[in-house]
Ligand binder design. Structure first.
Ligand code: DAH
Length: 355
């Protein structure tokens, strides 16, 4: 080997040695990075030495070049080793400073829960789903509705008192646009775009211009049910509603069907259950009658079916509608409907779902 080559190799070896010493003294990541630039950078010391390779005999260049690469790799490995030991030391220092007392109590994270009206709605929908009904998506049946869907298509005559300004909130969008006063609009909306057999329930908000009291509000919730098929009878309706009462109240409950009137059903009925507080003896909740009204129902009036283009010789159906607040009040013995809307956490916290 020529003296020039020999000298280059010497320089490379001592560079590696120097790097080793310098790195051992480096105390921060920044210092290590600076050393990397100094030794291996584009304008660093290794590059400078490597420039000398072109001055040596061609036959010796590969050997010296390979040695330069070895030195470069060795210095890089030293850098990595120093970096990881510095990081490790930093972590150790941090851990030894932080003391963790595993016996300390945890931080309480308040958890939200479903509103009692949501729970009761889900329970009612579940019961009907168990009997083959499906739930109509909320946005299929608008709360801002036209007189046609809220009244006319439901066979309300033009002079029916419920249409009166006193009961129904009309909007100033147009003279026939109102806030729906019942979920029965769902019947028309659904029948307009679906063919029998139909079995649906539709929960939602309704609005009435009522004096606010412990039993009435200007906004409340209803759930509508509709079944249309061939040969549907009133006894099918009774069977379904009896089963609903049994499942909702958790046990057999005396139930009675009273004659009633709704423009869109014929015959119509109102359904009462024996008062769940006094078991029929008479108390304040049931107005000393022993019975509580829970829903309205009936066979869909043929005029309504004709209005949506159904063949009334072939199809019959029944419908029912119930107030969700009322059922929730009975279920949980709540005496004032306004409790549902005041968002008092002490009240709301009492209702746990089945999760
Ligand atoms: N929509 C009625 C109301 O708000 C309740 C009702 C009665 C709904 C009879 C029905 C029904 O579907 O068949 O008072």
């Amino acid at each position: 080997m020529s003296p020039v080559s020999h000298d280059l190799k010497e320089q490379l070896s001592s560079l590696q040695h120097e790097a080793e010493e310098a790195l051992a003294k480096a105390l921060s990541l920044k210092e290590v990075e600076d050393l990397r630039i100094d030794f291996l950078g584009r304008k660093g010391r290794l590059t400078t030495i490597k420039r000398g390779v072109k001055d040596i005999a061609e036959s010796e260049r590969p050997l010296v070049g390979a040695f330069a690469n070895e030195v470069s790799d060795a210095i890089e490995a030293l850098i990595q080793k120093r970096l990881s030991s510095l990081k490790h030391e930093a972590l150790e220092a941090q851990i030894s400073q932080e003391t963790l007392d595993v016996t300390m109590p945890g931080t309480f994270l308040p958890m939200g829960q479903l509103h009692p009206l949501t729970l009761v709605t889900e329970e009612i929908v579940n019961i009907f789903q168990g009997m083959g009904f499906s739930a109509i998506d909320d946005n299929v049946c608008p709360e801002v509705e036209t007189e046609y869907y809220n009244f006319e298509a439901l066979n309300f005559p033009p002079d029916h008192p419920a249409r009166d300004m006193q009961d129904t909130f009309y909007t100033n969008v147009a003279s026939n646009v109102l806030l729906r006063s019942q979920t029965s609009n769902a019947q028309i909306r659904y029948m307009e775009c679906h063919q029998p057999p139909l079995r649906v329930v539709a929960p939602g908000r309704v609005y009435r211009n009522e004096e606010v009291s412990s039993r009435k509000g200007v906004m409340f919730h209803q759930i509508e049910g509709l079944l249309v098929d061939e040969k549907t009878t009133f006894s099918d309706l009774k069977g379904i509603l009896h089963e609903f009462v049994r499942l909702f109240f958790g046990k057999e409950r005396p139930t009675r069907f009273r004659n009633s009137f709704f423009p869109f059903t014929e015959p119509s009925a109102e359904v009462d259950v024996q008062c769940i507080l006094c078991n029929g003896a008479g108390c304040r909740t049931c107005g000393h009658h022993g019975w509580l009204e829970i829903l309205g129902a009936g066979m869909v009036d043929p005029n309504v079916l004709k209005g949506v283009g159904l063949d009334t010789d072939r199809y019959t159906g029944f419908a029912f509608g119930m107030g969700i607040e009322r059922l929730a009040m009975l279920q949980y013995s709540i005496r004032d409907l306004r409790m549902f809307y005041t968002n008092d956490a002490r009240f709301l916290r009492q209702f746990r779902g089945t999760d």
